[in-house]
Design a protein around this ligand. Structure first.
Ligand code: SAH
Ligand code: SF4
Ligand code: F3S
Length: 490
């Protein structure tokens, strides 16, 4: 929509420093106009987040900005003065769900006439979505894109004074805004952006259109943020980008291997993870950095998408199955005990039964710990949406089920092998489904449930695995008194 507006004005500096994690007061000051700092005290916000870790982290940035403005988190929708939908555009069903949810909260405006409802994130970048809001959902107060996140305070200010939808969606990033405040949800694991956007243009994917071109943050700025996290009790950092192994190319260095080694040296940070590494450009330098940096976890998410060279070519993935297979072998040889996870799309246009059989074969050979599997969803504006697609939805569903059956068996076998072993678990908090059970993760990213005193939350503990399911493990802390081991009801 609108393009090229706005600079962060030095004349509009905020004067108050908010009580949230951030080390550079100038950066906070420059991100919120002075008259808006604290101006919304007493108001409450709720952000519904869809999609990937990028979005989860954007939500933390928006929460940070809102808290500088005086907002505090709402308990639920009824209690909120601002509801934001931070959306994902990766597959169609995600989009339909959001519009349903947005419609559902509309009646809350009768109870609270000052309630503002906003839509942001990747869907907001799409022209079709902007048009749909204008035509069918004109009562949405606020629409803004992924490049306009930092403008949230001023957009809210405009929306509360306007009868019409305030819509600001820049097609591309005006500048890389590095230092926005963040209100992080947890106290022990943190996401840190190292790179924005994507240059790969896989033919099925909407991300290059919704997130723009690859832009790396400087290593010094990243390290400043990670050091501050280490000093404030965070123990695990996941560095985020769509193609993290391209990190630094646009800056002319340092590269991703340098970054992993540097982040791995930061005091207090015991675990470093990264998401997502495209197999393309996964260099020997990166493999060596993972192998030689003790803090970097032995888990690599390495999306393969398909086991057929013909399909990979039509997807524009830039590698062959042979390249991928050699990469897997190099990684396994260099990093003992490494866990590999992947993403796979089934039913890509013209995927034949033979192509799909090749995917099953690759999955059997590669032995991923986990695979996230998706049915191809055509995305408007992407090249693949124009490809001929004779495969029926039933065929696609059938392929997905066969793939999931195969992978579930492999995942379960991995987990069963861990029974009786002692593994290192970082305890994140209480389980989402049972308050009496704690949940944490192994270095290989497996979820472990344990019954143990809450005093070990945020600690790294040795856990003996007692039983295994496809997705979770149950264990016991050896020093825990008898009778408090993980129960079957978790
Ligand atoms: N940058 C990452 C992927 C980010 S998107 C990478 O290239 O590895 C996350 C996953 O969503 C992708 O790996 C892919 O498996 C899936 N995906 C993306 N577009 C899709 C589409 N149009 N239909 C179905 N799945 C899709
Ligand atoms: Fe999408 Fe491909 Fe970029 Fe990943 S690398 S975000 S799948 S275009
Ligand atoms: Fe979805 Fe955007 Fe992430 S499309 S997967 S939220 S980058």
């Amino acid at each position: 929509m609108s393009e090229g507006v706005g600079t962060v004005e030095a004349s509009a500096l905020a004067v108050r420093r908010p009580l949230i994690e951030k080390s550079d007061p100038f950066a906070i000051a420059s991100s919120v106009r002075s008259d808006l700092v604290g101006a919304f005290a007493g108001k409450r916000y709720l952000i519904r987040t869809y999609g990937c870790q990028m979005n989860e982290h954007d939500t933390e940035v928006m929460a940070g900005l809102l808290q500088v403005m005086g907002y505090s988190p709402a308990h639920d929708e009824m209690d909120a003065d601002l509801i934001l939908f931070n959306t994902c555009a990766i597959r169609e069903n995600a989009e339909n769900k959001v519009f349903g949810e947005v419609g559902r909260v509309r009646p809350l405006k009768h109870r609270n006439p000052e309630l503002l409802i906003g839509l942001c994130g990747c869907m907001a970048q799409e022209k079709a979505v902007q048009a749909k809001v204008a035509k069918t959902y004109p009562w949405i107060d606020l629409v803004f894109g992924t490049h306009n996140l930092h403008r949230l305070p001023e957009l809210i200010d405009m929306a509360r004074a306007s009868q019409d939808t305030v819509m600001e969606v820049w097609d591309k990033a005006q500048y890389l805004i590095d230092d926005l405040p963040k209100a992080r949800k947890e106290g022990v694991r943190a996401w840190v952006n190292i790179q924005y956007g994507c240059n790969k243009f896989c033919t099925y994917c909407v991300v290059p259109y919704t997130r723009g071109r690859e832009r790396s943050r400087t290593l010094s700025s990243i390290l400043e943020e990670v050091r501050a996290l280490g000093q404030t009790g965070f123990r695990e950092v996941t560095v985020l980008g769509q193609n993290v192994n391209d990190y630094g190319i646009d800056l002319g260095g340092p590269d991703f291997a340098d970054l992993l080694r540097a982040v791995g040296r930061v005091d207090g940070i015991e675990r470093v993870r990264f998401m997502t590494s495209n197999p393309w450009n996964f260099t020997d330098r990166v493999i060596a950095a993972i192998a030689e940096t003790p803090a970097v976890c032995e888990h690599i998410h390495l999306p393969v998408q398909s086991g057929s060279d013909a399909v990979l070519r039509r997807m524009n993935r830039g590698y062959t199955t042979e390249y991928y297979w050699r990469l897997v072998q190099k990684i396994r040889a260099a990093i003992p005990g490494v866990a590999l996870s992947t993403d796979i799309i089934v039913g890509f246009p013209t995927e034949t039964e033979r192509d799909f059989a090749d995917t099953l074969e690759l999955v059997r050979d590669a032995q991923f710990d986990v695979a996230y599997t998706f049915i191809y969803s055509p995305r408007q504006g992407t090249p693949a949406a124009r490809f001929e697609d004779p495969i029926t939805p039933e065929q696609k569903k059938d392929r997905l089920n066969r793939l999931m059956d195969l992978q579930n068996g492999i995942s379960r076998t991995y987990n069963e092998r861990l029974v009786g072993q002692t593994v290192e678990v970082l305890v994140e908090g209480v389980s989402r489904t049972n308050e009496n059970v704690l949940a944490g993760r192994t270095r290989t990213n497996k979820i472990v449930l344990l019954k143990a005193p809450k005093t070990i939350v945020h600690q790294t503990v040795s856990v003996t695995i007692e039983s295994a399911q496809t997705w979770t493990l149950r264990g016991q802390v050896p020093s825990t008194p008898a009778g408090v081991s993980a129960g079957a009801t978790a």
